[in-house]
Design a binder for this molecule. Sequence first.
Ligand code: ADP
Ligand code: MG
Length: 626
Amino acid sequence: RSNAEKFEFQAEVSRLMDIIINSLYSNKDIFLRELISNASDALDKIRFLSLTDKEVLGEGDTAKLEIQIKLDKEKKILSLRDRGIGMTKEDLIKNLGTIAKSGTSAFVEKMQSSGDLNLIGQFGVGFYSVYLVADYVEVISKHNDDKQYVWESKADGAFAISEDTWNEPLGRGTEIRLHLRDEAQEYLEEGKLKELVKKYSEFINFPIYIWATKEVDVEVPADEDESSDEEETSDSTSDEGEDEDTEKSEDDGTEKKPKTKKVKETSNEWELLNDVKAIWLRSPKEVTEEEYTKFYQSLVKDFGDEKPLAWSHFTAEGDVEFKAVLFVPPKAPHDLYESYYNSNKANLKLYVRRVFISDEFDELIPKYLNFLKGLVDSDTLPLNVSREMLQAHSSLKTIKKKLIRKALDMIRKIAEEDPDESSGKDEKEVEKSGTDDDEKKGQYAKFWNEFGKSIKLGIIEDATNRNRLAKLLRFESTKSDGKLTSLDQYISRMRAGQKDIFYITGTSKEQLEKSPFLERLKKKNYEVIFFTDPVDEYLMQYLMDYDGKQFQNVSKEGLKIGKDSKNKELKESFKELTKWWKGALTSENVDDVKISNRLDNTPCVVVTSKFGWSANMERIMQSQTL
Ligand code: ADP
Ligand code: MG
């Protein structure tokens, strides 16, 4: 083409394409999922813009927010068109080739080790999956701010862009034409495409049509000669329907059969393939577990066999109305806490009256719950305002409050339904929990291992929900026997007369178990909690009490273990020694020397003052672990 401008793919992108082209990955179907997902994103974008400026939608067909699929068997082309936002020339250059997304090299690496392409969408390079089935791809696109352009590439390291002067004008949006490889001809079969679209469009909120071929019986006047020769074939169908030169036979209206015959004719029409009723609008009772799982997978673009740990689907009524579906993922992303304080990456999608608004609303959920996935669809929020105004809308506070409650309820239920969690509970209660025990077994420990730190950060940050969060806390202790235990369970095991909840902090359980601070407590059968995460030191500065009981760090001054009548006597008889000792040490680094009943075999220990940092905290501060 004379007006074509040539570009080279960015090196990583080029490598990615090579790998895709040569991939032996058998599930090639996924390209369609990626294309539908991109079309849906593009439609979401134009719909969002149209909220504040109706004009952007255009008129007539251009304004229809839909996706269309066509098959051209002769030319071996599969095309998918959307009336989404489209791409300007610059967008085409940047988005489809010259700017590598951050996930590109990560995905290349992953593919080289596993060969699994299924997660391509998660890495932000889904588009290139078209080269699983095509050796030549054209992307025709029209954005409101630019002319219509064609992007084309044979995946040979380069692509070309030309102003489109030959195709039909799109109005607005994008048409992707896949020139299918010889071994991918199955994607020209209507049946196959329909099946795939149904599979991949389950949670797409725009109608998807296919240009379907219909065979219809039509009655046409029978050919005189034929019908008189072989009467019985006149009713049977034949493929010769296009014979338009047959003479019209005059029917004289008597007992003769009408001289017509039925033939099959093909015609085309747009056939709708999906049901656009969003899952969150349905009643939770009607939605199956499998549907929730699939919905979760489509939300996070993870199409493995990962099931969410838990979900909550509810409708909030009252001043602020909204529907929401929340999920606890099975695993924490590797960087969940790395960027905790400087990233605002929320994972909830916000919709207003079915219209997708944003998935970057950090006002929706507090940071410590950023690991949740899901969506919120509100009828109360205004539609025709900017993102900034929406972000400041007063309803958002109410939504946030309710989301936190529901999220914490959902997490509490993981524990309640987990048979491993019920060791402190009534036997009968445990039995009741029923048949799916096996599936729920160990789920809370799994949750805790992945997201426990988030709960701790919640206790630090969210004073309003501190108590609810403290209920979710798990730890090991001198009596937990290598398992996790809770504050409620600790309290149920407290000795008569025990007022405080005892804990000790350090780097590991093994180290703490040997600590002289525990000697006497152990001997007297008191339980002591082990806190071994650096964040625990901060946690305990915020968690002062629970269920009316104070927390007592056993390595700090002021430890009272029950009543000890001998204490006074001892103090008296060792008065001289302590006095001498104090005199010898205070000038150095010691505040005081006291008689204590906390030890058993060890003659003496250094403790830290009640209001100062614990030794462990000193260590943490020195190494700046957090
Ligand atoms: P992702 O969808 O995760 O961003 P893709 O590789 O699927 O990654 O797509 C790359 C980019 O190309 C998209 O972010 C978008 O900007 C652009 N794009 C792809 N398909 C379309 C489309 N149908 N309409 C508009 N833009 C598109
Ligand atoms: Mg995509």
